[in-house]
Ligand binder design. Structure first.
Ligand code: UD1
Length: 466
């Protein structure tokens, strides 16, 4: 087994916070006005790693994943897989995980874990495909809005799964133990679904016959999952395009796979360089997956230049981020990939609060994802929301204030705002941030930021109750 790490503690704290007894809640004290300068390596992608981990349920052999970020969500997923009979074998370092199923008798993903992490739904497809039966607690909504799973269920039903809701759990059965390949349309009201595509694609690898998913998500995390599954013996073509074809096979084997770098972490670090008027070099940067975000940065006067020459891997590039003295306003609309990612909306909005003019931000993936707007306004940002659009009137200066993190990416936006603001910013409830960014404050301090992690109780508790 493995030694406990900081992410274990973060995971425990996260669970404790949602548990009946409450728990320690960390807060950041950020002293603004420091320019960032230096080099940072982008970690492996959390959102890629989560469904990759559940792929271990599809085989009896060991699956090794490298460059898995050391995060609370990952620990929670490993715990969930442990409950599903998938053991973690000690690896050489915390970022290498080897998982192997040793007991296939327990196929119930309980509410206790699912409610802390919606990505637990990724276990549904692999379980029903391999074991013929799955019981996964229905994930609830979250801070960024109602998040249905109807498309996941529609896709699995198209593969022949018999699905009912029982006691808050999704109970899925494959008739005679095996799913059947099918043609399906997986688009919804807001476009494609990332984890829904991952679920159905994973399940279809073991189905009888051929599956075609039309309106599949095109995100790089889907391509990474298809690459892992293919190296396990699956036959998937078209991943990364809206039509994915999967020819079912009888069994999958083990594999060894390196997770792609985190495009959202990379985009956040680009904003960190720009908002502090800094100069950062990012290694292991998935530039190819950040075209839409780079376009907005460029419009705003932020330069991302690639080092390493034409032979460099565009998904693991080295790039330098610098910025003009005065940021220019910009417009963007979040969309499924290759459009502008919703997971960078809060960070880019924060950056544009300091632009010289009016910017327009429209959210088309999660139309309610604007909890950061009120908090940024507390710091002097001028933001006017109309439905799913926010007009950002640039100001000269943000001012430090106590603010409340509400979800993972909104928290990142508040940390960026704090680094740019005059005076001290107090960001409460950074457990949200810890779910998706590994040691963010330590890494930012390493390139010039001044951020201290303290226990909320030591500074008199949060600004307001949620
Ligand atoms: C993933 C990411 C999340 C990101 C989101 C969109 C992970 C762990 N999470 O979440 O960080 O913000 O993609 O890029 O990878 N929808 C339905 N029915 C469904 C499923 C989704 O209507 O069955 C809607 C959602 O409410 C949303 C849109 O489709 O409006 C996209 O959601 P989806 O791509 O499924 O997000 P996740 O995969 O859950």
């Amino acid at each position: 087994m493995y030694d406990r790490t900081r992410a274990d503690e973060v995971g425990d704290r996260f669970l404790a916070t949602y548990g009946p007894h409450g728990g320690r809640m960390d807060t950041f004290l950020i002293e603004g006005g420091r320019r960032l300068s230096g080099t940072l390596r982008v970690h492996g992608s959390k959102n890629a790693a989560l469904p990759l981990l559940t792929a271990a349920l599809l085989t009896d052999e060991a699956v090794t994943l490298r460059d898995v970020p050391d995060l609370a969500d990952i620990r929670n997923m490993v715990r969930l897989l442990g409950e599903l009979g998938c053991e973690r074998i000690a690896g050489p370092q915390p970022t290498t995980l080897t998982l192997k199923v040793h007991d296939a008798s327990q196929s119930h993903a309980r509410y206790d874990i699912v409610r802390t992490m919606r990505a637990s739904i990724s276990a549904l497809g692999p379980l029903v495909a391999k074991r013929g039966y799955a019981r996964v607690s229905m994930p609830g909504g979250c801070a960024i809005g109602e998040r249905p799973v109807d498309l996941h269920l529609r896709g699995l039903r198209a593969l022949g799964a018999d699905i009912v809701l029982n006691g808050g759990d999704i109970v899925a059965r494959a008739p005679r133990g095996r799913l059947q390949g099918a043609k399906m349309f997986l688009g919804g009201q807001f476009g494609s679904t990332v984890l829904g595509t991952a679920n159905v694609m994973s399940a279809a690898t073991l189905a009888v016959g051929t599956t075609v998913i039309e309106s599949a998500a095109c995100e790089p995390e889907i391509v990474d999952l298809a690459n892992l599954l293919n190296s396990m013996g699956a036959r998937i073509t078209g991943a990364g395009s809206p039509r994915v074809t999967i020819q079912g096979v009888d069994a999958l084997k083990g594999a060894d796979h390196t997770v792609i770098p985190d495009r959202i972490e990379a985009g956040t670090l680009m904003c960190a360089a720009a908002i502090t008027n800094g100069d950062l070099v990012l290694e292991n940067c998935p530039l190819d997956a950040l075209m839409a975000a780079r376009e907005v940065l460029s419009a705003a006067g932020v330069h991302v230049t690639e080092a390493g020459g034409p032979s460099a891997d565009p998904m693991r590039a080295v790039c330098r981020v610098t910025c003009e003295r005065v940021l220019r306003p910009a417009e963007f609309t979040t969309q499924p990939h290759p459009g502008f990612p919703t997971d960078l909306q809060a960070q880019f909005m924060t950056l544009l609060t300091l632009a010289d003019g009016n910017s327009i931000v429209t959210e088309r993936v999660f139309p309610e994802r604007f909890l950061h707007v009120a908090e940024l306004s507390r710091m002097g940002a001028r933001l006017l929301r109309q439905g799913a659009t926010v007009v950002v009137q640039g100001v000269r200066q943000l001012v430090g204030a106590p603010v409340m993190a509400s979800d993972l990416r909104a928290s990142a936006g508040l940390v960026l705002a704090g680094m740019a603001a005059q005076g001290t910013t107090i960001v409460h409830r950074v457990y949200h941030l810890d779910r998706g960014y590994e040691r963010l404050e330590e890494r930012l301090c390493g390139v010039g930021a001044k951020i201290t992690r303290v226990d909320d109780k030591d500074i008199g508790g949060p600004a307001t109750e949620a």
